[in-house]
Design a protein around this ligand. Structure first.
Ligand code: BG6
Length: 504
């Protein structure tokens, strides 16, 4: 993140400002941006929510959130005071057709104090149905008309399937122009996810082997140890495919598989990503059972701590058929990737929290070593560790020390925390600052979201048409259902044990 260009005066209006996302992610991120001196000189945060809350109580709640979730808690009262000065809370009932007058008056007051019209960033951290109400209100109030200055940040879920995402895009585009709409996917703000682009295209070492001639297959794992926590109501209607695959996993896949962009222009990069999504081979209904696996956790123990089953979670139906685990085999039908399987998996209540991308290379074309030498031979692989232990491991074969020629595997390791001393910003810090600056590179364009829905919607529909017979089918604390192992085994592959968790 660079501070070179001074930023314009900005007011950020958070719809859903009293909610969990705001408390856990958005406000801690803004607080860290303030600490690092990234916020504009004139900056205001306006939280909008239906409930009337006393200003003092609200500040106490934010402070609690920052202390608990920020990478740096409050350590200096004067700085905290400066942060709270940017802050105000407005109560609006979006369902009321006359709503918005308090907000627009408040915006006018802030800007008249500054003596100038600021940029306005409206952050929609609310469910899709309410998003429409908020967007309508902004249009009615006329506070979002300047295409160059006014922006809308839209949180996920962006629709429930292809047709609802299209409807939402159509609705938003009837009021705002596309460059005003910033659809957020917080994975794109993670340092290590952005580093995929740097690793691939800033090094001439790897790109020449990054294709079907050298790569055998690719694995993308995003595993979580948490269950659904307080989000049962949302999650039970969403499931893993909508919650994680349609957005985070497919975005990672795009970065791994895209062609080299010709410039760092936001649209150029997004065009290259959309090309990947459009090239994913559509899954036919009759083959879904071979290329898609769903699962749901039952009770078990995660890292030694007993965990209840999904159906026993708060606000979850006790006969729920919602998947908490999903795994897929995708093929990308283009020149670079023809014939290379991309395996994706994600799940809740798995053994460890780990996200990584593994590129597994083909065997050398000719193996001339004596058979005893290659007994423990393993293919080369590059593991991009998104979290935790952020970094990259490159596995090579070397001669083991000794008088005989025996090959053994060794890892060349890069770790962010060892190579760089500075602590990395959280994903939301990067993304919020980009939105304040007006840089949309890391946000999703309408066609990107729709193309991602296009990939997953046939699977969603097939799953909804035939409820699973065997749920819950994996114990909390395991690596998911056996069917996911079988899916790879049919191709002679197996899931790699995430690095750091490997058997010695
Ligand atoms: C969110 C999902 O988008 O990502 C959550 O809605 C999930 O269900 C979270 O837990 C995971 O994010 P992270 O950054 O913790 O990997």
């Amino acid at each position: 993140m660079s501070k070179s260009t001074p930023l314009e005066a900005t007011v950020m209006v958070i719809f859903g400002g009293g909610g969990d996302l705001s408390r856990r992610k958005l406000l801690p991120a803004l607080y860290n941006l303030l600490l690092d001196g990234y916020l504009p000189e004139h900056f205001a945060i306006v939280a909008v929510a239906r409930k009337k809350i006393d200003h003092k109580d609200f500040l106490a709640r934010i402070r609690e959130g920052v202390d608990q979730f920020s990478r740096r808690p409050v350590f200096d009262e004067a700085l905290w005071e400066r942060f709270t000065e940017t802050f105000s809370y407005v109560s609006e009932d979006l369902a009321d057709p006359a709503s918005g007058t308090v907000l627009s008056e408040h915006l006018r007051e802030i800007e008249s104090k500054w003596g100038r019209r600021g940029n306005r960033l409206y952050y929609l951290a609310i469910p899709p149905a309410t998003m429409e109400l908020a967007a309508k209100m902004l249009q009615r109030l006329g506070v979002c008309r300047d295409c160059g200055r006014d922006r809308l940040v839209v949180e996920k879920p962006f629709g429930r399937d292809l047709s609802s995402a299209r409807e939402l895009n159509l609705f938003l585009s009837s009021m705002f122009v596309e460059p005003q709409i910033y659809r957020i996917d917080h994975y794109l703000g993670k340092e290590t996810v952005q580093n995929i682009l740097a690793f691939r295209f800033a090094n001439s070492l790897f790109e020449p082997v990054w294709d079907r001639r050298y790569v055998d297959h690719v694995q993308i794992t995003v595993a979580e140890t948490v269950g659904v926590e307080e989000r049962g109501e949302y999650y039970d209607r969403a499931g893993s495919l909508r919650d994680m695959v349609q957005n985070h996993l497919l975005q990672i896949l795009c970065l791994v598989a895209m062609e080299p962009p010709i410039s760092f222009d936001a649209d150029e990069i997004r065009n290259k990503k959309v090309d990947v999504l459009r090239a994913i081979r559509p899954v036919r209904t009759e083959e879904i059972h071979r290329v898609a696996v769903r699962g749901q956790y039952r009770k078990g123990a995660v890292q030694g701590i007993p965990a209840i089953g999904y159906r026993q979670e708060h606000n979850v139906s006790d006969v729920s058929t919602t998947e908490t685990y999903a795994a897929f085999t995708f093929h990308i039908d283009n020149w670079r990737w023809q014939g290379v399987p991309f395996y994706l998996r994600t799940g809740k209540r798995l053994q460890s929290k780990v996200s990584e991308v593994s590129i597994i290379f083909r065997s050398p074309p000719h193996q001339f070593f004596p058979s005893a030498a290659v007994e423990s031979w393993q293919p080369n692989r590059i593991v991009i560790r998104i979290q935790p232990e952020e970094g990259i491991d490159t596995r090579i074969q070397v001669k083991q020390p000794g008088t005989r020629l025996l090959l053994g595997a060794a890892d060349m390791q890069f770790r962010y925390r060892e190579a760089f001393k500075a602590s990395a910003p959280e994903a939301y810090e990067t993304l919020l600052l980009d939105a304040i600056r007006g840089d949309a590179t890391l946000f999703m364009r309408a066609d990107q979201v729709e193309s991602a829905w296009q990939v997953v919607t046939p699977i969603l529909e097939a799953w909804e048409a035939v409820p699973p017979a065997d749920f819950p089918d994996y114990p909390a604390g395991s690596w998911g259902p056996e069917a996911a192992d079988m899916m790879l085994a049919r191709n002679g592959h197996s899931w790699l044990q995430p690095t750091g968790l490997e058997e010695p």
